[in-house]
Design a protein. Sequence first.
Lengths: 307, 253
Amino acid sequence: MDFVIETERVTGGYGTTMVLRELSLRVPRGSIYGFLGPNGAGKTTALRMFLGLLRPVSGTVRLLGQQLPSGLPGVLRRVGSLIEQPSLYDHLTGVENLEIIRKLKGLDRGDGGRALHALGMERLALRRVKGYSRGMRQRLGVAMAVIGNPEVLLLDEPMNGLDPDGLQTFRSLLRDLRQEYGVTVVLSSHQLEEIDQVATHIGILSPTGDLLFEGTREELALRVPQQLLIKTDRRDDALAALENAGFTVDSRQEHLLIHSATADMAREANRILVTNGVGVHHLSIELATLERQFAKVLATTKVWERI
Amino acid sequence: MRTMRALLSTEATKLKKTATLWLSLIVPAMLLLLLFIGLVDDYFRHPIRRMPVSAETEWISVLARPWMLWAHLLPILIAVEAAGLASPEHAGKHWKQLYALPIPRWSVYVAKALMCALLTAGSSLFFSAGLVALGLARSELFHLQIASDVPLGVVLEVTARAYLASWCVIAIQTWLSVRFSGFAISIGTAVAALLFSGLAAQFGVAGLYPWTMPLDSLPWGWSEAPAPAMVSPLLCVAVAVAAGWHLSRREVV
């Protein structure tokens, strides 16, 4: 498999504070790589290292096959990035801000227009950035990152402040970039439900900067078993009947959940409920959400760390 | 070359509607205004002051003191302009974005230094043109009849010498401004350095001390030699190489 970013035993941080510890990850070409981790885990630090903004104390970083920092700055021609909040010149218009990036990347005049069009910002971009809302700033920041269709996009919290329409546009843009142009996207965010909708691969960092998991969505799902979701007309009776039959039921929400469920268990639970005269409205086996998968991976690690 | 052209073009875009751009005109304009007020005051106090002397002497009296004053001020103006040119990057935390683009890091420094040099050239030319206008006004007010003897060659030479002699300060102040955010360190350094000007003159090294080089390059300066105008660009290159090396190695936090 072809990887656009590869790190090998990268350790580094800020000054004497080491944020990442022997990070070895690989981002496959053409993937949307969701980069997850709690606050302070080192997601932004890692993205900065991928761009050569920070140098690791030890280990190697390869970006598009070029080892950093020797491949800099040439390799950055094929990379677009948005690290933390967008860096915008408030006294200039959106178009002028985009033009600065376009000129410095040596792109054609039309590339700026295409990036604005992709983010639905043609008219708004004529206004001074000083008057922009947070969401508009974010959109412009994304436009500045995607200008010229880079091979790799590194986006740190790009969905912050986007309204539902903006989120929708952003999601479609990422999918289009991947499907039409084969762009690889590394996406760090706290909005797990958003990453859930677009990511093809996931990397999870521990609070201490270790890579806990890396793989496809399917591989992550295998780590966290599916759950059986049950909605009935008599919740308490259903709960009692299932518990009497030996099921461990999660009743913290309005519906009932049976974790680590199989098809046989679903059939059995349904039979018990019907036998007990409970009307079943809804019964389905569902994959765990990314949020639950993320929590599960982190929780597993806590146990390891205690050991 | 293409990168430098793009960088200079983007620096020019960033300068639009900024105080930094206006300051490069306002500072010489204020000084010229003060000189004009002095001229008018002189006229009202001593309308028939003295017998006219030679045109050359009159023009030297028009140019010498103001230019010495300007040469004194130049390092402070350069400090303000250099800090102003770097302030948008510091304010918006733009370094991470700039350094994530396919351009060498040192080229960002060089572009800012060149832009500072351009602004300084603009200010110096504006000031010189203003002084010529003041000389013409003086000729008219006091009936000196020196209007036809404008020493353009001297004006251009003085402007060029002081300007070239300021390059070293431009390189140093740009380095400081790119390295440190805010105006305090940049201007503080310039003010502190100027305080030591007298000492540099006393020890006979005014022609090698970056902050006194513009003053020392004038024909009416201490050494009366054009040496600073030649030494300063050489020192500027040395400082720029060191600054480029240093800034290229810095991590962007």
